[in-house]
Design a protein around this ligand. Structure first.
Ligand SMILES: NC(=O)c1ccc[n+]([C@@H]2O[C@H](COP(=O)([O-])OP(=O)(O)OC[C@H]3O[C@@H](n4cnc5c(N)ncnc54)[C@H](OP(=O)(O)O)[C@@H]3O)[C@@H](O)[C@H]2O)c1
Length: 250
C-alpha cells in the first residue's frame, strides 16, 4: 500500500491510472479543479482510504498549502506524487496572442514547478518517495502544430532532469513520463492515426513504469515505440527536417 497524491486527478489518463492504484489498495489523495469530475473519478475507486481536494493549479500561491494538505490527508507522509494536469491550448492563437502563450506556460510549466518545489522539499525531509510527472513527446523537438505547449513540456522535462539529479543522492526517484498522443478530451478533434493510444491501454504501462523505477528514476517514453521514433525526430538534421513536411509542417 502506497500513499499517493495525484495532482490533475480529473485527467482522463490520470483517472485510468488512479483506478489501477485503487484496485491494488493504495491510499489516495486526489486533487483536481472540477469538483463534479473529481467526485466522479473518486466514486469509481470504491475506496474508504480516499480523500480529495479542489484546486486550480495556476493559483500558485496555494501550491505549498496543497502539498501540506496532501501530506496531512495521507497520514503524515507521501510515497508517490503523480502530476498529471496539462492543457494543449490553442496553438494558432498562442502564436499571435501573448496571453494564450503565457497561459500555456503557466498551466504546463509554472504551475507544475510551483508544486514540485514544496513536494521535493517534503520528500527530501522524509528521505524517501517518488515523483512522477506527465510530460510529452511534444517537448523533444519544436513543431508548428504544438510548439507553445511543446516548449512548456520541454522545459518541464529539463527541470525534472535537474530535480532528478538533485534528489538522486537522497534516494528519491523522479520519473518523467514522456507520453505520445492519447485519445482524451485534450485531443478531441485531432485526427487519430495508428500511433494514438487510449487511457485504458496506457494506464498499465504508466503504473509499470512508475513501479519499476522505485529505485532509479529516469525518462520513459510511453507507449514504448515513441523512444525510437523520437530518437529519429530529435536527431534529424535541420535542412532534412525542413524538407520532411510530415514532420516540420502543420
Ligand atoms: N492526451 C495526449 O495526447 C497527451 C500526450 C502527451 C502528454 N499528455 C499529458 O498527459 C497529461 C494528462 O492529459 P490528458 O490527455 O489526460 O488530458 P485531459 O483529460 O484533457 O486532462 C487534462 C487535465 O488537466 C487539468 N487542468 C488543466 N488546467 C488546470 C488547472 N489550471 N488547474 C487544475 N487542473 C487543470 C484538467 O482539469 P479539468 O478537469 O478541470 O479541466 C484535466 O483534469 C497532461 O499533462 C498532458 O499534457 C497528454
Amino acid at each position: 500500500m502506497r500513499r499517493i497524491v495525484v495532482f490533475g486527478a480529473t485527467s482522463a489518463i490520470a483517472a485510468a491510472v488512479i483506478a489501477r492504484f485503487a484496485a491494488r489498495g493504495d491510499r489516495l489523495h486526489l486533487v483536481g479543479r472540477d469538483p463534479a469530475r473529481l467526485a466522479a473519478v473518486a466514486s469509481t475507486c470504491n475506496s474508504n482510504e480516499l480523500t480529495t481536494a479542489v484546486a486550480d493549479f495556476t493559483d500558485t500561491d496555494h501550491a505549498a498549502a496543497l502539498v501540506e494538505a496532501a501530506r496531512t490527508a495521507l497520514g503524515g507522509a507521501i510515497d508517490l506524487v503523480l502530476v498529471a494536469h496539462g492543457d494543449l491550448g490553442d496553438q494558432a492563437r498562442s502564436e499571435h496572442d501573448y496571453s494564450e502563450a503565457e497561459r500555456l506556460l503557466r498551466v504546463n510549466l509554472l504551475s507544475v514547478i510551483a508544486l514540485l518545489i514544496p513536494l521535493a522539499d517534503l520528500l527530501a525531509r522524509q528521505g524517501s518517495g517518488q515523483i512522477a510527472v506527465m510530460s510529452s513527446v511534444a517537448g523533444d523537438r519544436g513543431r508548428p502544430r504544438n510548439y507553445t505547449y511543446g516548449a512548456a513540456k520541454g522545459a518541464l522535462t529539463i527541470y525534472l532532469q535537474g530535480l532528478r539529479s538533485r534528489l538522486y543522492p537522497l534516494g528519491i526517484v523522479v520519473t518523467t513520463l514522456k507520453l505520445g498522443p492519447v485519445d482524451t478530451p485534450m485531443t478531441t478533434g485531432h485526427a487519430k492515426n495508428s500511433l494514438f493510444t487510449t487511457p485504458t491501454r496506457l494506464a498499465p504501462a504508466i503504473v509499470r513504469a512508475i513501479d519499476r523505477q522505485t529505485r532509479r528514476g529516469r525518462e520513459v517514453y510511453l507507449p514504448w515505440y515513441w523512444r525510437p521514433i523520437l530518437a529519429i525526430v530529435r536527431n534529424t538534421p535541420e535542412p532534412l527536417f525542413q524538407r520532411l513536411r510530415f514532420l516540420s509542417g502543420r
